[in-house]
Structures are given as C-alpha cells and as structure tokens.
Design a protein around this ligand. Structure first.
Ligand code: ZN
Ligand code: ZN
Length: 232
C-alpha cells in the first residue's frame, strides 16, 4: 500500500498548505480519504480525480470536505464517483447528493480490492475511524477524534496508523474534539501498529513538541507533511 499526504492542516489551512486529504493506493485501487481545503489541487497533480475508486469522508466538517464542492464542477457529465460519508449533518451531506453516488460510511464496504470497516469516534459531529485491509496489509485512519473506546482494538496490528494528533499535552483536554500526539501514540503502541503518522496540525502549532511527545509513547512516530509519500 502507499499513502500520499495531500494536506494535513485543520481546521483551516496554513499559508501555502492544505487541510485533511490523503490518497491511499493498493495495487489498482485508489481511494481519497477526506477532501479538505486545498487537497483537490494536490490530488489532481497526481491523478485525474475521476480515476479514483471512491472518496471516503471521515466526517462532514468543512476542513475534511470543502473541496468536494469544486470537484462537482470537474466531474460534471462523468460517471458518478462513489462517496462514503456519515448521514449527518444532513444539510452538508445534501450538498453532495446530486453529484455523487453517495453511500453511508457507517456501513463500511468494499472499495476495489480493499475491505473498509469503520468505528464511530468521539467528535462534535458523527465521525468514523476507517480500517482498510487488502494485499496482506492494513491501514487505519482515526479521522478526527478525542479519546475513543475501542480505537486501539480497531487499529490492532495495522501496518500504518494515521492519527489525529492536534494537541500538545498542555493544550489537550478530555472535553476537546481532538487527541493529543501522546494519546495518538499510546493508541498506536497499544494497537501494535508498525508505523504511526501524526496529523491534523493547526497552523502555528508546536510541531517539535507534538513529535517529541508522540515519540515518548511510540518512538517511530512521524509527522505528516503535504507531499509526503509512505509505502508500507
Ligand atoms: Zn478536522
Ligand atoms: Zn472535525
């Protein structure tokens, strides 16, 4: 499998940056995970979006889906792309219903050669972690979440965990909508993940601190960065 980071900011992009968007490739299967601000341009530099097998939106916050709207213009008149998204908020989902083959992410599904399973996470709107299995490999993405029952079990034995790591220890609280890098790393350790990629960085956040605190729990932790590609 191969993961390319198209954007890793949230909830708004850094100067010259992009919000959440990741291209997952496994053999001939190509899945776009989230489609936040700025990711459509980065994706289009790699492949025509109409060649995707599906788009999976972990949740319907704008920093994970806003580039779906100009994508509607690009794919007009072409076969409808399968899009997996939560059923709520219905108003945001409704923006996509005419242009895409819209499905319920909560049901999981098969995308090309990949079996996708999901876990509801803890975030202000319905959100899911996703697990993709195929070609003898496993990839997991937390989407946006704070501490969440069953997350480590869901990610058990994965080859790569892509995890929300928005907060340093000092800024994290149980009431906030995101994990800290340390908590993401503890989940990776508990899951027995082979690799961990930390993501969802607020512009101006202390990346050195996020990485150091993550590595205290999972020494092989790395920071996502737009343009980064990992083969695993
Ligand atoms: Zn987000
Ligand atoms: Zn969110």
């Amino acid at each position: 499998m191969k993961l390319t980071v198209l954007g890793c900011n949230g909830p708004y992009p850094a100067a010259g940056g992009a919000c959440s968007g990741y291209l997952l490739e496994a053999g001939d299967t190509r899945v776009l995970l989230d489609c936040g601000t700025g990711t459509l341009a980065a994706l289009t530099a790699i492949l025509p979006p109409e060649e995707l097998d599906a788009i999976v939106l972990s949740h319907l916050h704008y920093d994970h889906m806003s580039d779906m709207l100009p994508l509607i213009y690009r794919i007009q008149g072409k076969p409808k792309l399968p899009v997996y998204a939560p059923m709520e908020p219905a108003g945001v989902r409704g923006l996509l219903s005419d242009a895409f083959d819209l499905r319920d992410l909560g049901q999981g599904g098969m995308i090309g050669s990949l079996k996708m399973t999901v876990l509801p996470t803890r975030h202000p709107v319905p959100a899911y972690a996703t697990r993709f299995e195929g070609m003898g490999k496993v990839f997991c993405y937390t989407g946006d979440t704070n501490t969440c029952a069953g997350l480590a079990a869901f990610a058990q034995g994965c080859d790569l965990l892509l995890a929300d790591a928005c907060f340093t220890d000092a800024l994290w609280a149980e009431s906030k909508p995101h994990l800290s890098s340390r908590l993401a790393a503890e989940a990776a350790r508990e899951a027995g993940a082979r690799h961990l990629l930390l993501t969802h960085f607020t512009p101006g956040s202390e990346l050195d601190t996020l990485l150091r605190q993550g590595r205290e729990a999972f020494p092989r932790a790395a920071l996502a960065e737009a343009g980064l590609t990992l083969s695993f």
